[in-house]
Design a protein around this ligand. Structure first.
Ligand SMILES: [Zn+2]
Length: 282
């Protein structure tokens, strides 16, 4: 089934007096939301014991939890140590994801740096292939790692690059961040046909299963000449993208992605808006 929820805690969660993530699942269930993404962006600094406790509260409310791996991951780096560290960040994230009882771990592949883009891409492909081997050796075969489309031109993560990365292994799924795609392409996503072109390309490239159950980040994002600048809220009317044209395509194609709002402070409200809008379609 299609699922909606926030990435991280929205302002409203704190404004209502809540403080910790163990209180989150009940709060989300009360709002009619389905999923939550926990960020290890600044590092994996959660004990397994706490993660297991958190996992139990999420399970009790039937809220599915995913994680975002550290932002320091850089599989294209020419510093071998950073590449090895990047694999380690994925494994650390998966370990806590297991405690949470979740299945999906989102990551940013890396940047081109000073090398030609195709060289960076090749390095990234090799490093991710190696990471999958380690992941399987460690007993995390059943977990999905989701490669994210990125918003800045220097980052590896165009739609085509992410689809290439997904072909490395059956456990690599796309995290389609439509705000990032729109930012790096200078406002390319306006009509349902714009979204449809991407979905059709996905079906063609990685097949039905990965397209149908893709991971999605959706928020409006301010952009400039180099791409992404700043995450906005659904109150924005200037940058987009709008959710409604995408919803039409998801509905018509009967897709069942997990859709996380990464709005700036209004993640829970904007996730609920998306859920309500989707279910209003006929
Ligand atoms: Zn991300």
């Amino acid at each position: 089934m299609i699922k909606f929820g926030p990435s991280g805690s929205s302002n409203s969660f704190f404004d209502e007096g809540y403080k910790t993530t163990v209180e989150m699942p009940k709060w989300l269930a009360g709002r009619g939301l389905d999923i939550f993404e926990y960020s290890f962006g600044q590092g994996v600094r959660l004990s397994s014991e706490t993660a297991t406790q958190m996992g139990e509260t999420f399970k009790a409310e039937n809220i599915e939890i995913s994680v975002h791996a550290p932002y320091f991951i850089s599989f294209g780096s020419d510093n071998e140590e950073i590449v090895l560290k990047s694999t380690e960040y994925i494994i650390q994230s998966l370990k806590k994801l297991r405690c949470f009882g979740g299945q999906r771990c989102v990551f940013h592949p890396g940047s081109e740096g000073k090398q030609p883009r195709k060289d960076a891409m090749l390095k990234i492909m090799n490093a991710i292939e190696h990471t999958v081997e380690i992941k399987n050796q460690m007993g995390y075969q059943d977990m999905l790692i989701c490669a994210e489309t990125m918003g800045k031109h220097a980052q590896i993560g165009t739609v085509d690059e992410i689809l290439e990365i997904c072909k490395i292994d059956e456990s690599i799924y796309p995290c389609m961040d439509f705000g990032h795609i729109n930012s790096r392409e200078g406002g390319s996503l306006k009509t349902s046909d714009d979204f449809k072109r991407i979905i059709d390309k996905m079906l063609d490239s990685i097949g039905e299963e990965k397209t149908k159950n893709m991971h999605v980040h959706f928020s409006k994002i301010q952009y400039g000449p180099k791409g992404e600048l700043k995450h906005l809220t659904f109150a924005d009317t200037e940058y987009g993208p709008e959710f409604e044209p995408l919803a039409r395509v998801l509905f018509d194609y009967k897709l069942t992605p997990h859709i996380l709002s990464e709005s700036n402070g209004t993640q829970a409200e904007d996730a609920k808006f998306m859920k309500n809008y989707y279910w209003s379609l006929k």
